[in-house]
Ligand binder design. Structure first.
Ligand code: TXA
Ligand code: MG
Length: 315
């Protein structure tokens, strides 16, 4: 059900959950101080309750009210990257319910760079918002995806397609060396430059290691379409009929409806990725082959793309 901003504000204040657009993906917003609304969020998403939520704010003063001992690094990064796709993990204040953080003493915070999201949060106060997909589905990047997952029952603030298409970069600021827990469109180089300290890059292997994961969400399977997703080093001469091919190198490809060519445009690929996964399922493709991505320094989106596509490859 598509609703307008004043209705969304009313719904949130009543303890309902409302989907809203951000620059990354749609979020499932709820009043961060209402434990019943938080509980509803987990139920709606079908998400395990030990997987904490990001609190979305529209100002630094909102952040100061829900955190403790904000380090200088927080202010430097917020000044430079907020509003924007950077989530910062800091110490939480006792005003944030344990249900938001899955019992952790830290809280994830970000200020989204989207006028609708900011107007909403200005009127409701801080909102918890996981990506609005049902657990195990690709994150929604347009309102059609929300209708696919929830039907007409979910109130939606429609903001069109999201501009980035991949979830925010998550940076842990509670350790001596800040560490990227989830790669996003803001790269570890950009963050290191602003902080003037070396930031630990995301280690792709960590999620499958036996050591405890720092970002609880990384241990769950996400982003998997029904079709089997596979990396491909080169497009074969004869294509499989039931497979969709996603390529990015600047070659001439045969004109075929099952080849999606991105010509080196990783921004566009990131924006479309989750829609490709969903559309492939609707069109009953059995496989999605994605051309292997080049070295990380070629484009700042590459670590995030590798991370999301690799997750989709694991069933
Ligand atoms: O772009 C985004 O970040 C989107 C939009 C809606 O803002 N939100 C999003 O939320 O991706 P979600 O819930 O799908 O992913 C949040 C991730 C999870 O992997 C969770 O485990 C991690 O953040 N997280 C949340 N709180 C944390 C904390 N205190 N410490 C470590 N990781 C945390
Ligand atoms: Mg998510």
């Amino acid at each position: 059900m598509i609703i307008d901003l004043p209705t969304a504000v009313d719904f949130i204040k009543k303890g309902d959950v409302v989907a809203f657009p951000t620059e990354t993906v749609y979020g499932l917003g709820a009043d961060a101080f209402n434990i019943y609304a938080i509980k509803k969020t987990y139920e709606l998403k079908g998400r395990p309750s030990d997987n904490p939520l990001i609190v979305h704010v529209s100002s630094i003063s909102q952040t100061e009210k829900i955190t403790k001992n904000l380090p200088d690094r927080f202010y430097k990064l917020a000044k430079h990257f907020w509003p924007g796709p950077l989530t910062l993990i800091v110490e939480k204040d006792s005003s944030v319910p344990d249900q938001v953080t899955g019992g952790l003493k830290t809280v994830a915070i970000r200020m989204p760079d989207h006028p609708v999201a900011l107007q909403l949060i200005q009127q409701t106060g801080p909102l918890t918002a996981p990506s609005a997909n049902k657990s195990g589905k690709p994150s929604p990047t347009k309102s059609e995806h929300l209708l696919q997952d929830y039907g007409e029952s979910l109130p939606i603030l429609d903001g069109g397609s999201t501009s980035i298409g991949l979830e925010s970069t998550i940076l842990d600021l509670t350790t001596d060396a800040p560490e990227i827990l989830r790669p996003g469109s803001i790269s570890h180089e950009e963050i290191s430059k602003v902080l003037k300290v070396e930031v630990t890059a995301f280690q792709e292997k960590r999620a499958s290691d036996s050591e405890p994961v720092k970002s609880p969400g990384t241990k769950y399977t996400h982003y998997s379409p029904d079709a089997e997703v596979k990396w491909l080093s080169k497009i074969p001469n004869s294509l499989e009929i039931n497979a969709l091919y996603v390529v990015h190198s600047q070659n001439q490809y045969p004109d075929s409806k099952n080849i999606l060519s991105y010509n080196g445009n990783f921004t566009e690929l990131a924006k479309d990725l989750y829609d490709i996964f969903r559309t492939a399922d609707h069109q009953h493709y059995e496989k999605i082959y994605i051309e292997e991505l080049p070295e990380q320094h070629e484009d700042r989106l590459i670590p995030a793309l590798i991370n999301r596509i690799s997750k989709a490859c694991k069933k």
